[in-house]
Write a protein that binds this ligand. Structure first.
Ligand code: CP
Length: 293
């Protein structure tokens, strides 16, 4: 099966093709309808953007969407992830969109005969978010080569940080991090002082502090975090002309970013969400084509 569950599933050429296609769709192109196909969205973790933008994308392709709600399913009777997914395959589902709290959950699903699009695996990767982020940057700059990107936030727990870091490096961007020591991931790139780089960056990407993944208190108040690692009004004022502010959302307002900046002129946060709908149409179209569905 040709899945999209991590960014290494895609070559650079495939990534550029997805971006170009998503931009075409944004500018009015239509996806060929496939009312003969069945898809199901399995979200074992909460979601607003990923789940609903996949749903909108599926409706754009006129796919049959089989409603699956974890809370009312037999998952609560002990059904395994594999058994749930295999059941949906046997019922005629031809594509699964899955978000799960377990890192690399998709390794358990290698015996399925239907493709998977991942909506995020634990602290692993978030490929559809990475692709919509790339689309948003490409829309603004028309390139990745040489872009100076700072990613500020809960790096250790962030699947967005991991997907974006590796992919942006592959595409020739410079990526550095801002975070407190407890959120550092030493397997990723250099950590720098926010105030030393804020006036140089093309992209200031903020990531959510993932309180639900912390097994102990972070040890920093909201105010202390915001002043040291967040986008304050003072830091925003130092951004160079043409720089953009990104956040995958949901946002902890006044923590990662001052609430009044979420829709500031340099912020593309809500545009990222809109772009997600087009990117997810392009991803669905690609798995349908690659798997000869
Ligand atoms: N950015 C993102 O993944 O948002 P949701 O958790 O709402 O899907």
């Amino acid at each position: 099966m040709k899945n999209i569950v991590k960014m290494s599933d895609l070559t650079n050429e495939e990534v550029y093709a997805l971006i170009e296609r998503a931009l075409e769709l944004k500018h009015g192109a239509k996806v060929p309808p496939r009312p003969d196909l069945y898809v199901s969205n399995l979200f074992f973790e909460n979601s607003t953007r990923t789940k609903h933008s996949f749903e909108v994308a599926e409706h754009q392709l006129q796919l049959n969407v089989i409603n699956f709600e974890v809370a009312t399913s037999s998952v609560n009777k002990g059904e395994t992830l594999y058994d749930t997914c295999k059941t949906l395959e046997m019922l005629g589902c031809q594509i699964l969109v899955i978000r799960h709290s377990q890192d690399a959950y998709y390794k358990e699903l290698e015996n399925l005969n239907i493709p998977i699009l991942s909506g995020g695996d634990g602290s692993g990767e978030h490929p559809s978010q990475c692709l919509l982020d790339l689309m948003t940057m490409y829309e603004q700059f028309g390139r990745f080569e040489g872009l100076d990107i700072i990613i500020a936030g809960d790096i250790k727990n962030s699947r967005v940080a991991r997907s974006n870091y590796h992919m942006l490096k592959r595409l020739g961007a410079k990526v550095r991090f801002v975070c407190p020591d407890i959120f550092e991931d030493k397997t990723l790139g250099e950590v720098v002082d926010f105030d030393e780089v804020i006036d140089q960056v093309d992209v200031c990407m903020l990531l959510r502090v993932q309180h639900e993944r912390h097994d102990h208190k972070m040890g920093l108040s909201k105010e202390v975090y915001h002043n040291n690692f967040g986008l304050t009004k003072e830091r925003y004022a130092k951004l160079k002309e043409g720089a953009i502010v990104m956040h995958p959302a949901p946002v902890n307002r006044d923590m990662e970013i001052a609430s009044g900046l979420v829709e500031a002129p340099k912020s593309v946060i809500f545009e990222q969400m809109k772009n997600g709908m087009f990117m997810r149409q392009a991803m669905l179209e690609k798995v349908i084509k690659d798997n000869h569905l």
